[in-house]
Design a protein around this ligand. Structure first.
Ligand code: SAM
Ligand code: SF4
Length: 498
């Protein structure tokens, strides 16, 4: 065969780089001990109350728990101890993140996908799914609606895995998003932070994504349980490669993305196994890179078009178990942000907030091109799965205000370099909450002035006043500067942060 006839690798063949898996293995093994996890869970059945309370003290000192200790908490059944876990979880959250809830919106940009995940509406075999990749002008319209009408400042952009929404598309779509400047009451409103939920990439591609100026890069392992992983992700697909996915955060950190988010899709395998998997993953990142995950996500399976949910009936996670897994994760990885999404019902989300959640979405529409439509019902042909809570951002903010929480649109962290090891240090020392409180108030004030109805304004202003009084006490050295910024925002300036 002459050189000109040498067969070039296809897009699919170039996707997984075996050397970018092998370099992280230790003696050929990855960091999820498949056989040991069930043994640990079995060994710690019927835990002793004193041991559980000691672990709560460890979490309250903002120290990560070991897998063994996590197995102890996963086995707690006693209602009194569960109540103590709940109270400790909320205390941990308040200590690390204060009483603020960060909000964002998902923006789906591409639904083409070469993979065939059995639970997903975008799987390649789903011939009834409508496929779409948003054009630059469609992206502009979506972003104008999100930031100009609803008031969002943070997005998570979501893509399937396909040459049509590959890395170059991801980079250019992010640039388009950042370029949109909407006008609201004479002020500028724009997206200040784009987080990304995308398939795993090579280090080379991740460097390009990093250079686009992203916030958090998320990839969910879906399940850490290898036999289940293989069952739901066919071997002849890219996603069928468990370890390519497992090391996506290692590659991201190596590419310079020092803000990463991990997650598992609960309901595929035994939920306890996947909590353990998340803890092993978090510890592995901390040990190797000195940076744990900035966020942990724990979506539960939702119905999707042509995804037969009966196949998961044995591993479905009940509401009670779901709440318990949130508590255990909150306590096991005390410095991590915890994200609950609009997949869950309004009631579950409300309860979860009292268990230490730090971030949630609102006004979510996961249909491609859905935000620019005046009123759009959920359309299973055009979305990955069906949402459980479609309340508006304003309704969610009003609920938080009634519960005493402040909604934060702060995006200062990554713009001031408070990411990576720096943010980990601040989180562990309980300093991050203080910093972010200032920016939470400034950004919430912007939203209230630009977007709140009279009723929501009345609910929100006392929260702002209470926070200002606290800042005066806890941050006297910076209080005058903070108040100067606050007044400038009141007078119409935007995007001031400390
Ligand atoms: N396609 C990329 C990937 O799989 O990595 C990007 C993310 S995908 C569009 C976003 C996430 O949605 C997946 O990682 C999975 O956890 C979740 N997901 C998929 N199907 C779901 C379903 N039926 N219910 C709830 N979440 C689902
Ligand atoms: Fe594709 Fe992601 Fe859906 Fe799997 S979960 S089919 S990779 S979009």
């Amino acid at each position: 065969m002459s050189t000109s006839e040498v067969k070039q690798p296809t897009w699919l063949e170039k996707r997984v780089r075996q050397d970018e898996i092998d370099k992280y293995l230790v003696d050929g093994k990855d960091f999820i001990p498949q056989e040991e996890i069930p043994l640990l869970l079995e060994r710690h059945k019927n835990p002793d109350a004193k041991q559980v309370r000691d672990l709560l003290d460890k979490s309250l000192a903002i120290q990560s728990l070991t897998p063994e200790e996590t197995a102890v908490l996963l086995n707690v059944e006693d209602p009194q101890l569960l109540a103590e876990m709940k109270s400790a979880s909320l205390k941990v959250k308040l200590k690390v993140y204060d009483n603020r809830i960060v909000t964002f919106a998902p923006l789906y940009l591409g639904s083409y996908c070469v993979n065939n995940c059995s639970y997903c509406g975008f799987k390649t075999d789903n011939i009834n799914a409508e496929r779409k990749v948003l054009t630059p002008s469609e992206i502009v319209k979506e972003v104008e609606a999100l930031t100009g009408k609803i008031g969002h400042k943070r997005l998570i952009v979501v893509y399937g895995e396909h040459p049509r929404n590959d890395v170059d598309y991801i980079v250019s779509s992010i640039k388009t998003i950042y370029s949109v400047k909407a006008k609201v009451k004479g002020h500028e409103s724009c997206i200040r932070r784009v987080n990304v939920n995308a398939p795993p990439f090579s280090i080379e591609d991740l460097k390009k994504i990093h250079d686009a100026g992203i916030g958090t890069y998320q990839v969910f392992q879906e399940t850490y349980h290898l036999p289940t992983y293989r069952k739901v992700h066919p071997a002849n697909t890219i996603k069928g490669n468990y370890r390519w996915r497992l090391y996506s955060m290692h590659r991201a950190l190596e590419a310079g993305i020092d803000d990463v988010g991990i997650g598992a899709l609960f309901g595929l395998a035994d939920w306890r196994f996947d909590v353990m998997g998340l803890v092993y993953h978090s510890l592995e990142l901390e040990e190797r890179f000195g940076i744990g995950p900035h966020t942990i996500s724990f979506p539960r399976l939702e119905p999707a078009l042509n995804a037969n949910m009966d196949q998961f009936s044995k591993t479905r996670v009940s509401d009670e178990d779901f709440k318990k897994l949130i508590l255990v994760l909150r306590l096991a990885v005390p410095h991590a942000g915890m994200i609950i999404t609009a997949r869950e019902s309004a009631q579950i989300r409300k309860e979860a907030i009292e268990m230490g959640i730090t971030q949630t979405d609102a006004s979510s529409n996961i249909g491609l091109g859905g935000y620019q439509k005046e009123k759009s019902a959920q359309d299973e042909k055009n979305q990955q799965f069906i949402l459980g809570d479609t309340r508006s951002l304003e309704d969610v903010i009003a609920e938080f205000a009634r519960m005493g929480y402040i909604t934060s649109f702060c995006t200062a962290g990554y713009r001031c370099g408070r990411t990576g090891e720096c943010i980990m240090e601040l989180l562990r020392n309980g300093q991050e909450g203080k910093f972010c409180k200032l920016n939470a108030v400034l950004t919430f004030k912007e939203w209230v002035d630009d977007f709140a109805s009279e009723e929501t304004r009345k609910l929100s202003l006392p929260i702002i006043e209470r926070e200002i009084a606290q800042i005066r006490q806890t941050n006297p050295q910076i209080f005058d500067l903070f108040m100067e910024y606050y007044r400038r925002i009141e007078a119409g300036e935007r995007d001031l942060y400390l």
